[in-house]
Design a protein. Structure first.
Lengths: 1075, 202
């Protein structure tokens, strides 16, 4: 016993708040019908109880209950899961709670019987606690529970469940058969029923009860008079004394003095009943029987020998002897059957107002009104018998009747369903499924859209990264340009005028001719000349689909411009292209920001709805105008006065930002006239030091303070440019962005695409060891010296002579053991680039590769370098051959054609040779080249690029071989790497023709040779002049088209023929003979 | 028992309420089968048959509690009496009978009797005890051996008597609560609530 005092732990209010469903005080429905509520072992939910009782009180409003019943009924039929018992279990538990008084309308016994029979054959349910408890409930609902328990035991239902043994034993205990009850417990423990603890606990409690009983019996036996009889005891059928004088009231206390003792009639003084034994008389009877039975207690394994007696029924005729029974004869005259008159012989009074409503006979709702039907005697047999019958039928395999409709579905529940109900149920199910499907589909579409958005974002990100890379590259060119311009006498602050002056040199004929190098003229002739290289950088294959963004360009305007606005370059963009001039700055803002700068947009998910809805893009407003973040950034800039976002720009930096913007404007125009690109840095510098020309200030004002007009023009610009198709975008977007990014790239360096780091990174993605003839060796690179023997792997090579040597690599001729001639390239970096290019050529070209490239190569990769061996017999480099004796023109033509074809083949595989010079090309030896129609071979790929693998390389910037041309201005920062090879061809051919390096000048915005060719003898229409013009000014065409163009071939070939040489495989012979 | 028939004083009210608890607790212990039914004997009280324990230890315990409770009732310092039924083995709280007591503290100053007949009060008490008996219709069967605890909530400034200790509220976590009838002596008002473990029927 605990003495506990709880002090002020909880306040009353707190406690009240915890109470879930406190009912109205005193108004408890349950109390009024407490006698009609069957106690449940697990208790009742008071809410369900209240609901059930109140609804029954109302009588008519069964709807909620009926609906639930209907739902359960249809669920029973439509259930398609793997646990059909679950529905039954829930249904029955719900029924128990909903019908507290039980009774026929609850259908509980029917439900229990159906459920129990439904799963009688399903062995996996036999020891399921839910099924067992259904059985126990069923048994408790019946008149002879013991029979059911025996049956269950025989069938093996619940033999592993403690609850079964407890229920069984308690049933015996009720019959005061404690011996058997005890035996049941023991049997349960022996069988290992679970939970064991529970069983043992119940067993102990039972034993305690029994022992107490025994003790009580013993003491009472000793006294002879039970102590209970001393207590006031109510007697059955005793006559009570009434209370009250006028009105006889039955006394509340009905024992002792209130019982009148002059009892008449039957006076049953029943022996005092103990608490457990309701049936003490039966105890005696059972004891005797059980005494013997308890010892020999053995569950009957067979199925039910003696069927349990039928339920005690009222009004049932017991079978009896009928032999002497006579029907009571009625006398013909005595009792005539009075036929009830068809019409009553009186008229019942009906009030005028009380008109019976005209009720149309409606269908009786079987759910609400119980339909009465005559009881069929067969239905009244014991459920156990029915079950057995059913089983017997099944076991014997005979089915007396076979229903040709879904009978079991119609009758499976407690209520009967009609076909229409089933059909409706199926329809509803299908409908729900359809809905679900639709939902799922919508979800899928949504996901797909989301995915697309993500992809678009990713693409945009990539593009912006690409743009950043471009922009780095771009800057490099700019810087080199600047260096050039700094040679001009005017220093820093006044560089603006300088820049503008340079910019207009383009059109100054005399100026151009006087300066030996005039790089800015290169692409000045037409708009296409400037735009095409940009496009090529991004998408080499879409070279044809461009030009549209530049349609606005007005050639005549451009021609007039120089004269009109010559001194002020900055006014030019706004004057010429007002729309572009205003819109561009905003477009540049996101791009010009350093990538690390946070503008508070990270949290906002960029949304590019337009990209999905329509494929239109507006690249005038900003480079990713559909991106909400970009738009927000742009809006920030457009708002007046500009107060900055989270990252408020100080005034100066804003100006410089604007300067960048404006310079980008000039870049925008520079797409048409690339000369402007070169002016911008000086221009930027001028802006930064605030030495602005009046017009620049005005334009600055324009950009920063007249925001409203800007935004309106932005809108109109956006709408007007909507029609531009998305497909053009990739052509322009990145290149434009790249140019736009220029001013920011001042700090970053352009990476050499041929550097070891880049190649290592590029090759890192490729499993070279899977290539044939690739050998990886551990250990340092063996020393390679002339006239020595080198053993690489299982091969031994004799090094003959060196042909090319540079700081990082050397090329030697060599011979194998079997006297095969090879070229050995020894790289001091462990990057097997040459081998990779060779293999690639072989893979990409197939048999064509044998013409100009080695058909066999091996590579030995060491820790400190690699050796690439290519088979083939060569005379030496082109340079060496030239040094020995000059070529005839027809030989030059032949080699030129071969060179064109060689480069064409490489370019068609997205490869750039990069280092085409007379000293990198080999001429084949006359032996071992029979049957082959080429003399030229490319072996050294030290400067090569694989643009298929290096898509980020879009410009010649950074390539070591291009630097000289960049300086000259022949190549611009936006030139495609492929153009390097064109210049290489020109250089090689020039060397072959003139035996010296070529000098280029820009004349009439075309590049041409500075000096006339000897062979051409001053004739500008000479084949070689045309050849150089085409090669040096590739124009709009891609390099592959230039190289393989029939014009070029036919002209050179024509030249070859005109020199009375034969263009055939035998053309080799004259070359060789010369050498 | 109060001596007057017509009115009721603080002392009489405390007496009546304490008596109610004595019978009420006995009744619950019998009804819920906390002690074996053989250990109870039937008495007639409030015009109905009630069961009182014959177990001497339990009797002494209850007498002690009720005596103490009577004092507190008289002082108007008691707020609640809670009968907690716990499982003997797991100590899990299975049922919680809570009697909230509202004391009219003004009765301490004005000594005059309130107008409410004992008969009327007893009528109310009877209906409360009847309802307690009727709760078997929905309360879950206590299938394990159970023990009970009595908790009394008092005012803060009360000294803890020697044989008492502080305790937690012992609330049932997921419980169903049913409010029972209320009776009042005009000085003390007793609300009854029974809480039990919620059953999951669907």
């Amino acid at each position: 016993m605990y003495w506990k005092l709880l002090l002020y732990i909880l306040t009353l209010t707190q406690l009240c708040s915890t109470s879930g469903s406190i009912m109205a005080e005193g108004e408890a429905e349950w109390e009024l019908s407490k006698e009609n509520i069957q106690p449940l072992r697990q208790g009742r939910a008071i809410s369900a109880l209240h609901q059930a009782l109140s609804q029954q009180q109302e009588g008519s409003s069964y709807t909620a209950i009926q609906q639930t019943t209907q739902a359960f009924e249809s669920e029973l039929r439509m259930y398609s899961g793997d646990d059909p018992l679950d529905v039954w279990d829930r249904y029955i538990r719900w029924t128990q709670q909903t019908y507290p008084q039980g009774g026929k309308e609850s259908n509980l016994s029917v439900l229990l019987e159906r459920a129990v029979m439904r799963f009688a054959d399903e062995k996996n349910y036999h020891n399921d606690i839910r099924y067992v408890s259904l059985w126990i409930k069923f048994a408790e609902n019946s008149t002879e529970p013991l029979d059911f328990y025996t049956y269950m035991h025989g069938q093996g239902i619940g033999i592993m469940q403690a609850a079964f043994y407890i229920a069984w034993s308690e049933e015996f205990e009720k019959h005061s058969n404690s011996k058997k009850a005890d035996a049941i417990y023991q049997e349960g423990i022996k069988c290992g029923a679970e939970p064991r603890d529970k069983l043992q606990q119940y067993h102990k409690a039972f034993q305690a009860r029994v022992s107490r009983q025994v003790v009580l019996n013993m003491t009472s036996g000793g006294q002879g008079d039970s102590p209970e009889s001393a207590q006031p005891e109510r007697l059955s059928l005793a006559v009570l004394k009434h209370r009250g004088k006028k009105k006889a009231i039955v006394p509340i206390n009905r024992t002792g003095a209130s019982v009148s003792h002059h009892a008449h009639g039957l006076n049953l003084n029943l022996p005092a009943a103990t608490h457990q034994a309701q049936n003490s008389q039966m105890v005696v009877f059972n004891e005797n029987q059980a005494g013997a039975a308890a010892e020999s207690f053995e569950p009957r394994p067979e199925q039910w020998l003696a069927p349990p007696v039928a339920r005690a029924k009222e009004n049932e005729l017991m079978p009896e002897k009928w032999t002497n029974v006579r029907m009571p004869q009625k006398s013909k005259f005595g009792h005539s059957v009075v036929v009830p008159p068809s019409k009553p012989n009186f008229l019942p009074f009906v009030e005028e107002s009380d008109q019976p409503p005209a009720v149309t006979p409606c269908k009786i709702n079987p759910a609400v009104n119980t339909v009465l039907s005559a009881r069929k005697p067969s239905k009244e047999e014991n459920p156990l018998e029915r079950l057995q019958e059913q089983q017997q039928q099944q076991s014997s395999g005979q089915t007396r009747e076979q229903s040709m409709y879904c009978k079991e579905l119609l009758l499976s529940g407690a209520a009967e369903f009609c076909f229409e109900e089933l059909r409706a149920e199926r329809y509803r199910k299908k409908f729900a499924l359809d809905l679900e499907d639709k939902e799922a589909m919508l979800r899928m579409v949504k996901d797909e859209l989301k995915r697309q958005i993500e992809e678009k974002q990713r693409l945009l990100l990539e593009k912006s990264q690409e743009a950043a890379a471009d922009h780095q590259a771009q800057h490099y060119a700019t810087e080199s340009d600047v260096i050039m311009y700094e040679e001009h006498p005017m220093p820093g602050p006044s560089a603006i005028s300088e820049g503008s002056a340079t910019g207009f040199k383009v059109f100054d004929e005399s100026n151009a001719s006087s300066s030996g190098i005039c790089p800015l003229k290169v692409y000045g002739d037409s708009e296409s000349a400037g735009s095409i290289p940009d496009v090529e950088m991004v998408q080499m294959n879409e070279a044809e689909s461009n030009g549209m963004p530049f349609a606005v360009f007005d050639e005549s305007a451009m021609c007039e411009q120089p004269q009109e606005v010559a001194p002020m370059v900055v006014s030019k963009p706004s004057a010429r292209k007002p729309l572009c001039a205003i819109l561009k700055p905003r477009a540049d803002v996101p791009a010009t920001r350093p990538p690390s700068e946070s503008d508070g947009m990270e949290g906002i998910e960029p949304l590019i709805e337009d990209a999905i809805i329509g494929s239109y893009r507006n690249y005038t407003l900003c480079h990713i105008p559909e991106d909400t973040c970009d738009f927000a950034r742009a809006a920030q800039l457009a708002s007046t006065p500009f107060s900055g976002g989270p990252n408020h720009r100080p005034c100066l930096s804003m100006e410089s930002g604007l300067a960048e913007d404006l310079s980008a404007v000039s870049v925008g125009t520079a797409q048409d006239v690339p000369t402007f690109t070169s002016t911008q840095d000086g221009f930027d510098g001028a802006l930064r030091v605030k030495k602005l020309s009046p017009i620049q200030e005005a334009s600055l004002e324009d950009g920063s303070y007249s925001g409203s007009s800007v935004s309106s023009s932005t809108l109109s610009g956006a709408s007007s440019t909507r029609t531009t198709n998305l497909s053009i975008k990739p052509d322009l977007g990145p290149s434009a962005a790249a140019q736009v990014n220029e001013p920011n790239a001042s700090a970053t360096e352009v990476e050499d695409p041929t550097s070891g780091n880049v190649r290592r990174r590029v090759l890192g993605n490729i499993d070279l060891s899977s290539f044939p003839n690739f050998h990886k060796k551990s250990g340092p690179l063996p020393a390679v010296n002339e006239h020595e023997v080198l053993s690489a792997g299982d091969e031994t090579f004799v090094i003959l002579s060196g042909i090319i040597s540079s700081e990082s690599y050397a090329v030697h001729f060599g011979q194998t053991k079997s006297s095969e001639n090879v070229v050995m390239k020894v790289d001091l970096h462990p990057i097997p680039w040459d081998f990779y290019i060779n293999t690639l050529l072989r893979n990409r070209l197939g048999s064509d590769s044998h013409k100009y490239f080695s058909d066999q190569s091996r590579c030995f990769l060491y820790d400190g370098g690699c050796i690439t061996v290519s088979w083939g017999h060569y005379q030496g480099t082109l340079q060496e051959c030239l040094a020995q004796s000059p070529f005839q023109e027809n030989v030059t033509a032949l080699i030129a054609i071969e060179l064109l074809e060689l480069v064409g083949q490489m370019h068609s595989c997205h490869l750039v040779h990069g280092g085409l010079r007379p000293n990198t090309l080999l001429l084949r030896h006359r032996t071992g080249c029979e049957g082959l129609d080429s003399v030229l071979r490319a072996v050294d790929f030290s400067h090569s690029l694989d643009l298929g693998l290096q898509p980020e390389v879009t410009s010649v910037l950074g390539h070591p071989e291009a630097q000289a041309f960049l300086k000259q201005g022949v190549l611009s920062s936006s030139s495609s790497p492929y153009q390097m090879d064109l210049l290489g061809i020109a250089e090689t051919v020039h060397v072959m023709l003139e035996k010296r390096s070529m000098q280029l000048v820009c004349k009439d915005s075309e590049w041409e040779l500075a000096e006339d060719l000897e062979v051409a003898s001053g004739n500008p229409e000479d084949v070689w002049c045309k050849f150089f013009r085409t090669i040096l000014n590739p124009g709009t065409q891609s390099t592959v088209t230039v190289l393989l163009s029939t014009d070029l071939y036919s002209s050179v070939e024509g030249n070859l023929l005109s020199c009375s040489s034969i263009r055939s495989s035998r053309a080799v012979t004259p070359v060789e003979s010369e050498l | 028992m109060s001596s007057t028939l017509k009115g009721i004083t603080l002392k009489g009210s405390a007496e009546l309420v304490a008596e109610f608890f004595s019978f009420g607790i006995n009744s619950i212990l019998y009804q819920r089968g906390i002690y074996p039914p053989e250990t109870f004997s039937r008495v007639t009280q409030y015009d109905m048959s009630l069961y009182l324990t014959t177990d001497t230890k339990l009797k002494n315990y209850l007498t002690n509690v009720v005596t103490q409770l009577r004092e507190w009732l008289f002082d108007c310092t008691v707020q609640k009496l809670v009968l907690v039924i716990t499982c003997l083995e797991t100590n899990e709280v299975l049922e919680r009978w809570q009697f909230d007591i509202e004391c009219d503290k003004t009765a301490k100053q004005s000594s005059g009797p309130r107008e409410k007949s004992i008969k009327a009060i007893q009528e109310e008490i009877r209906s409360v005890i009847r309802q307690v008996t009727a709760t078997v219709t929905f309360l879950p069967l206590l299938e394990t051996a159970c023990a009970f605890d009595l908790l009394i909530y008092t005012d803060k400034d009360l000294e803890v008597p020697e044989k008492w200790e502080e305790s937690g509220p012992q609330i049932i976590a997921d419980s169903e609560e049913v409010r029972l009838r209320t009776f009042t002596t005009t000085i003390h008002k007793v609300h009854s609530i029974v809480a039990y473990k919620r059953t999951d029927y669907i």
